[in-house]
Design a protein around this ligand. Structure first.
Ligand SMILES: Cc1cc2nc3c(=O)[nH]c(=O)nc-3n(C[C@H](O)[C@H](O)[C@H](O)COP(=O)(O)OP(=O)(O)OC[C@H]3O[C@@H](n4cnc5c(N)ncnc54)[C@H](O)[C@@H]3O)c2cc1C
Length: 378
């Protein structure tokens, strides 16, 4: 296993959540070194792969060493989107992708009070909530008219907008950062907004989305379509090369999808591992996702963007929310806030059956666990 980062493979989700508050990089590791050694897995960290030759069935490292393979799996992930704005390269303007990024941000946070977050998506908002818990003053600048617009329904965006504002976070919707202003030593001290306003800041986090790392695959002649294009079994256009995770676009129904989630990366990896050990099966796992923002836990089962109708059930007293998404009257996604039991039931309902209709849910008064018992019955 070749990777261009230092150290052993680790989990990214805590980077924008607990790690900022608690540190402890060792807790992020998937496995310790003994596991890899005991299972005959050789890890080559700090070893970027510079090229792939499908015809020679080999990869070559940046240092010029060539290794042959019977089968290659590309899991190159994504990188942070760069913004073409003046001042973007100042040392206190950060992205949040790697343990190295998060460690630098943690160090800087200690001497920081005012923060600007560019992008009101999952990572920007998780970071904001953690920074607020650490006593900082974050301002979030989001170009769209709602938070997390790419991935969640309007009721969920509204829920989190209200929650962050209640918590004292300054959130600017429909505004963009036109420039980062730097002092004579090159450090950023403010951003200039599209409204003309200036917001002072000692730390700027750019969380404005990612781009898939496809260059290696593209240079090797593999098909690219908003990610490394794979078929239903995660095979690329080359017969000896598979691809999985954030860097991949895969067919689902009549469209192609690229997802950035742990579930997707892990289930696709399992699909390839099974194929390579003899069990060929199409990838058809239900997408699910979570995001922890301060005290609120968002969980999503299915893809809400496929819904043409939404039903939101909100309990103002408990601060819980469930949003049901329907496509042609059929349940296709469920978003829950602070309802982990419903999320698990939704995953079961959506995986176990392709036919939960709006009428079924209405009849059960939207009790997902009850509906699951009905569909699970043989
Ligand atoms: C801060 C943060 C918070 C997140 N929170 C959540 C969450 O709450 N829930 C959730 O479901 N998902 C979350 N995610 C997304 C999740 O971490 C990703 O979906 C997952 O890591 C994807 O795994 P991957 O293996 O496809 O790619 P990655 O984890 O990106 O790994 C790809 C690796 O390949 C390396 N690489 C790329 N090119 C080369 C090369 N040429 N040679 C060698 N190495 C190379 C990269 O440097 C990287 O180390 C979060 C991500 C981040 C950054």
């Amino acid at each position: 296993m070749f990777g261009d980062e230092a150290g052993l493979p680790y989990q990214r989700p805590p980077l924008s959540k607990t790690f900022l508050k608690e540190g402890h990089p060792e807790r992020l590791l998937f496995r310790n070194a003994d596991f890899f050694a005991a299972n005959g897995i050789e890890i080559q960290s700090n070893t970027p792969i510079a090229s792939v030759s499908p015809s020679e069935r080999s990869v070559t490292t940046e240092r010029g060493n060539t290794y042959h393979f019977d089968h290659l799996v590309l899991a190159t992930g994504t990188r942070n989107r760069q913004l073409p704005i003046p001042g973007f390269n100042a040392p206190n303007v950060f992205g949040m992708r790697t343990l190295e990024d998060a460690s630098r941000i943690r160090d800087r946070l200690e001497m920081t009070s005012e923060i600007v977050v560019i992008g009101g998506g999952f990572i920007g908002l998780e970071f904001t909530a953690a920074a607020k818990q650490l006593g900082k003053k974050p301002t979030v600048v989001e170009a769209q008219d709602r938070l997390m617009a790419r991935a969640v329904s309007e009721p969920v965006s509204e829920f989190f907008l209200a929650a962050h504002r209640r918590n004292g976070v300054d959130i600017r919707l429909r505004q963009t950062v036109l420039a980062v202003e730097t002092d004579s030593s090159g450090n950023a001290f403010a951003v200039r907004l599209s409204t003309g306003e200036r917001v002072f800041s000692d730390l700027i986090l750019v969380a404005a989305g990612v781009v898939p790392n496809c260059e290696l695959a593209y240079a090797a002649g593999l098909k690219i379509e908003n990610g490394i294009a794979v078929d239903r079994t995660m095979l690329t256009s080359a017969p000896n090369i598979s691809a999985v995770g954030d860097c991949v676009s895969f067919p689902l129904g009549d469209r192609r999808l690229r997802l950035e989630s742990v579930q997707n990366a892990a289930d696709q990896a399992r699909c390839v591992a099974r194929r390579l050990t003899g069990a060929v099966e199409p990838y058809d796992k239900l997408p699910w996702f979570w995001s922890d923002q301060g005290a609120d836990k968002l969980q999503i089962a299915g893809l809400i963007e496929h819904a043409d109708k939404l039903v939101a059930k909100r309990d103002d007293e408990t601060g819980r929310l469930t949003v049901f998404g329907f496509s042609a009257e059929r349940l296709c996604a469920v978003e829950t806030v602070n309802r982990p039991g419903d999320h698990m039931a939704a995953r079961k309902v959506l995986s176990a059956s392709d036919g939960i209709m709006l009428a079924d849910l209405e009849a059960s008064h939207y009790r997902l666990k009850e509906v699951f018992r009905t569909v699970a019955r043989p």
